[in-house]
Design a protein around this ligand. Sequence first.
Ligand code: NIG
Ligand code: FE
Length: 413
Amino acid sequence: MEKYLIGPFTQIVTMANLPIKGALSDDQLEIIKEGGLIISNGKIQQVGLFNDLRIVANTENIPIQFIEGKNVCLPAFVDCHTHIAFGGNRANDFAYRNAGKTYLDIAAAGGGIANTVSHTRALTEQELVDIIVDRSAYLIAQGISTIEVKSGYGLNVAEELKLLRSIQKANQITPANLVATCLAAHILPKDFKGNAEAYLNTIIEELFPIIKKEKLTNRIDAFIEKSAFSPSEIAPYFNKAREIGFDITVHADQFTTGGSDVAIAFDAVSADHLEASTEKEINILAHSDTVAVALPAASLGVGCAFTPARKLLDAGASLAVATDWNPGTAPMAQLVTSASILATMEKLTNAEVLAAITFRAANALRLKDRGILMNGLKADFIVYDADNYQNITYLQGCLQPQSVWINGQLKYA
Ligand code: NIG
Ligand code: FE
């Protein structure tokens, strides 16, 4: 079906005409009651009242896809931070943390990310492709159509390449749109102990040219933390990445500060985590175009503070929320549940939560063609069996989409 009218929807929450930064109130949301969408070749051609669009459909002989009962239509969600390309499981770390050890203790003892690296290295590229496709299907069922996927559990040129190529291959198979990110600077691999510069130079010299040549990604991430890389170790790496034309994104201020300063210095598209951010970091992020990405599932997985989302929005920052799905800190993999919990803890409006998982998350990936139901944008949308959009956060993820449409095609029901 190349072109069709779909509806009637009890409510369409378009997410149109909202600012990219700052606090939002629910009365700013554009809600079309008894609405419809005309979809043409995977894009939205028209959004409006179903009865008006029905006249257009009848005149132009456009088929109609009827939606039964009470229902709410929204743009599909964007998960702008995941690590779904991994092997193994870290239930043991979770148990250790709940028994009193910290994430940094476990990392210092050689566990944590290093453990997942061994399990991930043991997988073939094809096994990783299958894992990524399966995990993407799990996210699609939650209404997510665009998924950022980081490498970072390879930690040498060959293994990081295996991860990035498996993401590229999985992208050809899954109906979701995968956006790859190179996180070779996740931690310093054991064989380079004490020599971050040599490791990062190897990545620059040997991995970056292949990434460019094979168009594996245009995004470079680094984990700035006591257990990972310091701001001064990362500066030359990011300088080089910027010089080549890569976008920068940063794991910043998760347990200690320092990462936000780096994000701002390198004009990062996003600074993610920010659980430890203070007024100073909140202020610099708010005065930048860097999207602040909260990862509440990681706060729940680690048992630490939530990202100061309320303060960030009030200061004027752009806030996105993502799952951070990874085996170490964020195994729950629930976008709406974790965003809704962040909303109750941080006092976020529905408009702020929905913006954070639609167009503001898309902007964290520099994608301007999705996250809003508007003429000309991608026809990625979700339908919920509900009479009011407020139920989405109210039910904290227990309300699952009735159907998920990607590029105008039904991909989950
Ligand atoms: O986003 N903080 C660094 N990276 C991941 C954790 C990775 C891991 O512990 O395996 C995160 O929380
Ligand atoms: Fe992460």
